[in-house]
Design a protein around this ligand. Structure first.
Ligand SMILES: CC(C)(COP(=O)(O)OP(=O)(O)OC[C@H]1O[C@@H](n2cnc3c(N)ncnc32)[C@H](O)[C@@H]1OP(=O)(O)O)[C@@H](O)C(=O)NCCC(=O)NCCS
Length: 214
């Protein structure tokens, strides 16, 4: 069965999500996803040209989701977790279910439970007994260890490593190449800077950076 897919956002992250859908189709040897196009409220001219080069249509602003055929799914192609959440709340009003995409070069433990809107980029690794909420994005080569939970709208950026037994609350961003050591809790809407090493629990709504992260 082929399912129609609309991606929100024609910026870099959104276009990467499109290429993951294509990779899923190629690996399956059939069109699992039919790329109907991209919606974006304020696309730049440059991004529209880049989208055209990918041969994916720009459909218009988010209100065009009203016209989506029955059964169409969506994905939010926005890297920032808090913006992704704000967009998600708007898209919820259109009643389209979210898709989930796992790139064929990602490995997701067989007992991983993940919510709708999940995207695993190439090289993402999730081991065992990991719980993943809605609209979580694991970017290229991000790793998540055993028994960890990632709440809704978490983003783990390229090459970041979240160790075992961690809990990342809603809206957390783990920056590129950062490490979160085992057993730690990162509070809601907090940001771990690129390259940081988190060695203690992190409160809600703070930015930590450096080694050790402060
Ligand atoms: C930590 C971070 C959130 C800070 O963002 P910000 O609040 O806008 O910070 P600024 O750029 O204004 O920098 C503030 C200070 O922190 C320093 N800084 C910024 N990022 C840093 C980082 N990752 N590690 C250490 N120091 C950092 C800056 O050099 C600056 O120092 P100064 O005051 O001595 O000049 C951000 O830099 C970051 O690392 N985000 C993650 C980005 C990422 O993963 N991108 C990949 C996308 S795929």
């Amino acid at each position: 069965m082929t399912t129609g897919l609309v991606v929100f956002g024609c910026g870099g992250h959104g276009r990467e999500v499109l290429t993951i859908a294509r990779a899923v189709n190629e690996a399956a040897g059939r069109p699992v996803w039919r790329l109907l196009g991209v919606v974006d409220d304020r696309p730049t001219e440059e991004n529209l040209k880049r989208l055209q080069r990918l041969d994916v249509p720009y459909l218009g602003d988010v209100t065009r989701l009203r016209d989506a055929p029955l059964g169409t799914r969506h994905l939010i192609g926005i890297g920032d977790p808090r913006i992704r959440r704000a967009v998600g709340k708007r898209i919820d009003g259109y009643g389209l279910a979210a898709a989930s995409l796992v790139h064929p070069d990602a490995t997701i433990g067989p007992d991983t439970v993940y919510g709708p809107g999940f995207v695993a980029f190439p090289g993402a690794r999730v081991t065992t007994n990991v719980t993943v909420g809605r609209h979580v994005h694991l970017n290229q080569n991000a790793t998540v260890g055993h028994d960890t939970s990632l709440a809704d709208y978490v983003s783990v950026n390229p090459l970041a490593a979240v160790s075992g037994d961690c809990h990342l609350a809603e809206g957390v961003l783990v920056g590129t190449t950062a490490a979160v050591l085992q057993g730690l809790h990162i509070g809601r809407d907090s940001t771990v800077g690129a390259g940081a090493c988190v060695v203690r629990d992190v409160a809600d709504q703070v930015v930590v950076k450096g080694v050790p992260a402060r």
